[in-house]
Every structure is written in structure tokens, then in C-alpha cells.
Write a protein that binds this ligand. Sequence first.
Ligand code: BGC
Length: 478
Amino acid sequence: MNVDGRENVFPKDFAWGAATAAYQIEGGWDADGKSPSIWDTFCHGKGVVFQDQNGDVACNSYKLWQEDLRCIQQLGLTHYRLSLSWSRLLPDGTTRHINQKGVSYYNKVINDLLASNVTPMVTLYHFDLPQVLQDQGGWKWAGIADVFAGYAAFCFETFGDRVKLWVTLNEPYVCAKLGHEDGLFAPGLRDPGVSAYLAGHNMLRAHARAWHGYDALFRPRQKGLVSLALNSDWAEPRDPGSPQEVAATERYMAFTFGWFASPVFMTGDYPATMRSRIEARSLELGFPADRLPGFAEGEPRVLGTADFFALNYYTSRRVKAVSCPSGALSFKGDQEAEGVVDPSWPVSGVPWLAVVPDGLRKLLNYIKDTCHNPSIYITENGFAQMGPVDLEDSQRCGFYRDTLLEVSKAIHEDGVDVRGYFAWSLLDNFEWADGFSVRFGLFHVDRAHPELTRTIYHSGRNYAKIILRNACPSTTQS
Ligand code: BGC
């Protein structure tokens, strides 16, 4: 669908968004009754985040929401994806104590968005577990699933009259793997080959309970949609002619995409490859217990607990087979695959983010084919800048143009049901272990300025044009 052979028109009602997350932008880490989350604790420790930075202030969106709203309006977004801080709303993690100041803050944000004709998409959990729940075992604790369901029901009850698009958990893969296997993200556990599977399992149990709660109690009157946001690379064998690399690529996809997509969208269980690999490796190393938990009879069903597919896509990988002969358990040893960056791919400001726009089109098709053709929102996609700030961010402009062209092809040429696209991120913000050294924003945030001034990047201006036309140009935009 080309206008004048130049523009790629998106479907009517296509959602044009940008995304943020509470810990990355809000600041106000102990303001007005908020209790610490695991990211507060993690960052207040030494040597875990770039230059020991933290999100105590971040973009100060807790105080500067009106500035964020101005940015949202300037872009002309139709949708805005934000996350709620669990420990701001429920300081002890449960509904025993509700922090009204937290409720008022999010009410204001949601009401202001709606008054500006912007539809909120709300994530309940974006990596920031209340510390008090971590103290009880966090995601490794089976009881977390019910506590999360209670938090979710509270949010549906409180905000669901106005919020119709919900994401329960953001990127369970990242939370489980980086937080419980690699120790690079909060809560900083390094327990290779064991804790990530357990944490991931409890996240799925928590998500399923929240979805069922919504379905039974809230959907009839609120009529919204609930999903969970899954991140995945697109992966291809380094050498498509090598059966070992083809098999390794299947394992790579099973252990990243399939780990969470298979139980929710495909079979109700983890991919068979995951089960067999983990079992075989446990036997080999004499590990007694089943490391990948089973979905118990009598538990709320996990299959079918998503009303749309929420996809976070950043990059692709070529895959090679690796074997881990050492006697130690690890996720990588189970997976026996390693993703590498193809030397021909341009790389963004961070080495992990190779720019591969057509990987997104391939992944969208893969989702269509393997997950029963769901409606899909791309809930995150973006380009990182590092080093000196460049407001004329031409590489990022090209990244968005090329990526959106691939999305347009997926919609029009491949028939993938893509409903919307959220750029990551509205603002330069706290990029987890990289602190403020890595910038993903459509707006630059001047950290040297006491007002944390927001200034639009060239890519932000281009994105606004795309939104206005509901189309992206095939050639470079001025
Ligand atoms: C996360 C964001 C993060 C982004 C860029 C995603 O994994 O959801 O919080 O900032 O990637 O690294």
C-alpha cells in the first residue's frame, strides 16, 4: 500500500505509541509513602550499575508528569505505555495497605492521557518487585502468584474503568534470566541453571491468575484486554546448511521465545526441547530435582491467558551450537546454543543491539504461524545512543524508518495482524545496569539541568510526522 509510490500507509486506528517504565523514569523512590523495590535495593549497592547510578531521581516523572505529557502531545501519540510501581501503590506488596498518594498520581496520569485523547496501555510489573516481597523469596516463592493476582485485581478495580489495555508482566525472560541466573539485574541472584526456571514459572503462574481474575470479574463490565510482554530476538543459523546450527537455532528460539510463548500461546507447557534438554543435562550432572517445574493439575490454566500478543523486539542473532562440557549447571549449558552478531549488521550505541529491521518482520510472521495468528502490539522497539548526545540522531531516524517499513510489509504483504507500535522510549531514562550512559529516548533529558529539561531529538520529530500521516516514507525524511 503505497501513497504516490512513496509512503507506506498503516491501517486505520493503528496505535502509535511510546513506552516507559516506572523505575526508569519516575524517581521519587521514597516519596509519599512508597516503599523500596528490588531495583532501589540493587542500585543502592555498590558496583552493580554503571558509575553506581540509580533511579532515585531518574527523569523525576513523579514530579514532572506534565512535562512528559507535553512530550506525548508533541509527538501526537495515540497511545502511551507506562508501568505502575507496585511498591508505590501497595507499600507492603499487598492490599492490606493502600497508598492513596500513589493511587492519586496514577489517576492523574491516566486522566490526563484520556483528556488528551491518548489511550493508556498499563504494565503492572516492569522489573520492580517490592523489596518486602523479595524478602519472602520474591519470584522463587510459590506464594508470589497469589500476591501478584491480588495486586493485579486491585489495579483493575482502581483504574480499569479507564484502562482497557493491560500488560501483566514485562519480559519475564529478562527478569528471570538476568535477575536470577546472571545476577546482572535485580535481585542480582547468580544461581545458574536453577533459579531462573523457577522464577519464570512463578511469573507464568502469577500472570495466569491475574488474567483469570480479569476475565471472570472485570472483563464483563470493563471490556479490556490483558496480555504479557514477551521479548525475543529473531534467530537464524550462522550457516543454514549446517544441521547442527539449524538445531541450535531451534533450541535458541525455544529457550527465549518459546519459554514463555509456548505455555501461554501454543501448548500450555514449555517447549519439548527445553524439557528434554534440561532433563538430560540434570541426569548427566547428577542433579536430583526437576529444574523445570511442571504445570500442576488444579492450578489455573496458563494456555490462552493472553488477549493479544505483546512483543518487545530489539535485535536478531545468528546462532552457533556450543557445548558446555564443564560440570556446572547453566542455562547456556542446557540451551547448547549461542547467538552472535552478524558482522555485516550495523550496531547501535550498545554492542548487543545490532540493527536488523527485517528480523522483526520475520519474527512477526513466526508469531503468526506458531501462535495461531494473534493480534499483535509491538510494545517495545528502539535504538540506543551512547557517548556524546546527538540531537540530530540520523542513525536512529533511519532505524525507525527501516523498522516501520518492515512492519508495514508484515501487515500488507504477509497479513500479520499488527495493531500498534510503541517506540522505546519516550525519554532518555535509567537504562538498568547501564545507568544513564545509554539513551533510548525520542526526547533527550538533560541531566545536568536542575529541571531535567526534555528536548526532542530529530527522530522524535520524524516519528511525529509518521504518526500524523499514519504512514512512513520509503526514503529518507528531512
Ligand atoms: C526493557 C526496557 C529496556 C529496554 C532497552 C527492554 O528489555 O523492557 O526496560 O530499557 O529493553 O534495553
